[in-house]
Design a protein around this ligand. Structure first.
Ligand code: FES
Length: 110
């Protein structure tokens, strides 16, 4: 396990999220009421930028076609809606997060 420092706790207020590129990987880090989570930042449907989407409770909604992903697990709980049809999209990867002092650290594959 290799944890990388991503952001200071004070720079990511509760109920906010931001994208970061760490080790060449684009991840989303969210602070849900003081608990931090990290998943891939690009939607598994057509690579929508999830950091520009909407945070709804413990779920992020893709800004392009509305797929919904659980921030704790990366699980796709609802697929893209194009026209009247809602499709399916694969789950995203999630990454372990820990807080050390003032730093939010994310475990990314080397
Ligand atoms: S790109 Fe995210 S739902 Fe289509």
């Amino acid at each position: 396990m290799v944890f990388y420092k991503v952001v200071a706790v004070s720079e990511l207020p509760p109920n906010s999220m931001r994208a970061f590129t760490v080790q060449g990987k684009e991840i989303l880090v969210a602070n849900l009421g003081g608990k931090f989570f990290s998943i891939d930042n690009r939607c598994s449907h057509r690579k929508g930028d999830l950091s520009k989407g909407k945070l709804e409770g413990e779920v992020v909604i893709c800004p392009l076609h509305g797929s919904k992903f659980e921030l704790a697990s990366g699980k796709a709980i609802s697929g893209p809606k194009i026209g009247p049809v809602r499709g399916k999209t694969p789950d995203l990867k999630s990454y372990p997060v820990k807080v050390e002092g003032e730093s939010v650290m994310v475990d990314l594959p080397a």
